[in-house]
Structures are given as C-alpha cells and as structure tokens.
Write a protein that binds this ligand. Structure first.
Ligand code: 5AD
Ligand code: SF4
Ligand code: FES
Length: 343
C-alpha cells in the first residue's frame, strides 16, 4: 500500500500522463517511438507462449468475468493431469518456448498435484512453465518454484483500491500486491498488469495503472482491453468503453516506461479490433500467446465475448501465428524467452 501512496504523491506525473492519454494527437509518433524502443531493448524476435486454459472452475466472482462463480452460462471443466502434460508437449511440436497454465482461482488441484504437473512438463520437455491460477501462500509459491515453475502471472487489474473492491467484493488490492511480492520472493519471474477501460476507471486511474506496472519492476506486463461480458453485472451498454486509440497508446507508453519487459499482445486485443494483436506487436509488444487448449474446452473459457480462436484447433493457431509474424517481418524467437530485466 505504501507503493500506492507513493504513486499518488506523484501528482505531477499522473496529471501529465493523463493529459497525454486524453490528447487526441500524437498517437502515431508514440507508436513509432514504442516500436523503436522495443526493437532496441528486446529485439525483433517474438516469444510465443502457448496458453492452456486447463480449468474454468472459479471460486471468485469478479464482476467483469464470464466464468465468475455465479455464471451459469458455461459448463465447468477441468483437464486431467495427463491431458495437461500431453497438451503441453504440443507446444514443443509447434516451436513455442513456454507454456502458460491458466485456470480460475484457485486451480481445482491441490498444490502438490499442481507441482507434480509442473515437474512432469519440466522433465518431459525443454519448455519454460508459467502458471496463472491466482493467490497462494508464500510457501505454496516456493513449492511451485521448487517443482520447476519458472514464472507466475497475477494481474493487479486496477491500481484504484476502491474500484478494486467494487469489482472484487471478496478481496483487496493490498492482498493482490502482497501476493506479487510473495511470488517474487519465491524466486519466480513475475508478470502482472491491468485491464484497460474498466467501467469507473478515470484517465488518472489509467495513468496510475501505468506507473504501478512500471514501479513493480515486472518481468512481464500483460494488459488488455476490458470487454463487457454477457451475464455479468457489467453486461450491457457499449462493448468497449474507450476510444480505440487509447488502448494502444497505453501499450505504447508501457513499452516506453519498461524498455526490457516482456509485453504480450494479449488475446483480448483481437476481440477489440481486427488484427489487434498484430497492432500491439507494432506498438511495443514482443510476445504472442496463442491458445493451446484442446478445442472442445475453448468455448467454455470465455472470460469476455468474441474471444478469437474458440473454434480453431491448436495447429491452426500455430500456423496462424507464424503467418502473422511473417507478414510483420518478425522472427519467431527460439528458447524459453526468460526475463530480460537487467539484475
Ligand atoms: N474483459 C477483458 N479481460 C478480462 N479478464 C477477465 N474478464 C475480462 C473481461 N470481461 C482478464 C482479467 C484476468 C485475466 C485472466 O482475464 O484481467 O486477470
Ligand atoms: Fe475467476 Fe479470474 Fe474470472 Fe476473477 S477473472 S472470476 S478470478 S477466472
Ligand atoms: Fe488462433 Fe489466429 S491465433 S486462429
């Protein structure tokens, strides 16, 4: 929380950033700069991380999310350990360097079972393993690291504690930030980020989101547009709340503030606008995260509407990514793509 206090004291910065965001002109120049900074510090290679959405069970009720506990819209599933490991090995087949295992919070596996899944992937492949399954205790993060887990993703979602409370009635921003600290202390590479355009967030909140993401000295920063999900308390009204350009300006500023971070072109950008992920790669992004989840589960993991790739097979996405990178003139990175943050 001291961190938030510190950021709120940077009033001049927040105001300047908010003004920059509000200004309609200058986006093209910002994109050009972000692309140049990305090239200089992370190179032209794009790291490809396959996401396995291994379960849509969730004990949380985040107001924005399509698979929140109260949602009756989707049938709940949980992939077996064998199925997760077999799916992960497909990443190697496609030339990806990392698998990201994501689920609702918490994962419907005991921590020792989760550790066993990670160990199996690590012993059967050369892949880096990232987990994204919510808040655990410091000891549990340490166990995951011991099992071979390389990285952990946990978005802070918004830097406004009151808005956080409204959107997550059962938790607090303080706990979320504490968990990020525990992840780091466990020796895992840390990823976090926020949603752009949450209802109730002001430009100053977005400016603080940018500063918080930067201040946390993250190895990876994943942000994406908020999209209204049907059958959630935030359904209805315009689907995207901000001017389209603003989403990309945030991504460009993220790159300028974090020259060495891995910044993915997240899936939700394709739902926001056609080829949105390609645009992010040209405006600061250096990571692409294709879906590896077996097709029969994909429709049941719709956190937001119009999610791309729900009818595609994993090999179709693999071919698509390669074609997209080729058309952007960007090579597929080899190797696991670990943190580039200088220590
Ligand atoms: N729109 C965009 N992103 C969403 N997420 C959840 N619901 C939505 C939505 N309606 C994001 C959250 C979460 C990640 C897994 O998905 O940021 O951390
Ligand atoms: Fe669960 Fe994550 Fe959705 Fe929140 S955002 S309801 S924790 S899956
Ligand atoms: Fe899945 Fe393009 S990434 S079809």
């Amino acid at each position: 929380m001291n961190l938030l206090k510190e950021l709120n004291e940077k009033k001049e910065w927040l105001r300047k950033l908010a003004t920059l965001l509000a200004r309609p002109a200058g986006a093209t120049e910002l994109y050009r700069l972000a692309d140049a900074v990305r090239r200089k510090h992370t190179g032209d290679e794009v790291h490809v991380r396959g996401i396995i959405e291994f379960s849509n069970h969730c004990s949380k009720n985040c107001l924005y999310c399509g698979i929140r506990r109260a949602s009756r819209a989707q049938k709940r599933y949980c992939m077996s350990a064998d199925e997760i490991v077999t799916t992960a090995t497909r990443a190697t087949e496609f030339g990806y360097g990392t698998v990201v295992l994501q689920s609702g919070e918490p994962a419907p596996y005991e921590i020792n079972e989760l550790c066993a899944i990670v160990s199996r992937i690590k012993s059967e492949t050369d892949l880096a393993v990232t987990l994204s399954c919510g808040v655990y205790s410091p000891g549990e993060y340490k166990n995951l690291a011991r099992a071979g887990c390389d990285r952990y993703l946990l978005r802070f979602e918004t830097s406004n504690p009151d808005l956080y409370k409204k959107l997550h009635p059962e938790s607090s921003l303080k706990n979320r930030l504490q968990a990020l600290q525990h992840i780091r202390e466990a020796g895992l590479q840390v990823g976090s980020g926020f949603m752009i355009g949450l209802p109730g967030a002001t430009l100053e909140d977005l400016a603080r989101d940018l500063l918080l993401a930067s201040r946390l000295n993250l190895d990876m920063i994943g942000c994406g547009p908020f999209l209204r999900s049907p059958e959630t308390p935030l359904a209805g009204g315009n689907r995207a709340l901000l001017h389209e350009e603003l989403y990309f300006k945030i991504m460009a500023l993220l790159r300028l503030l974090n020259p060495f971070a891995h910044i993915p072109a997240t899936t939700a950008f394709d739902s926001l606008t056609g080829q949105g992920r390609d645009l992010v790669l040209q405006r600061g992004g250096n990571v692409f995260m294709p879906n590896l989840t077996p097709t029969r589960y994909r429709k049941q993991y719709q956190l937001y509407p119009d999610k791309p790739c729900v009818d595609e097979e994993a090999d179709r996405c693999a071919g698509c990514v390669k074609a997209r990178l080729k058309s952007l003139g960007r090579p597929l990175a080899s190797g696991p793509g670990h943190s580039l943050i200088p220590s």
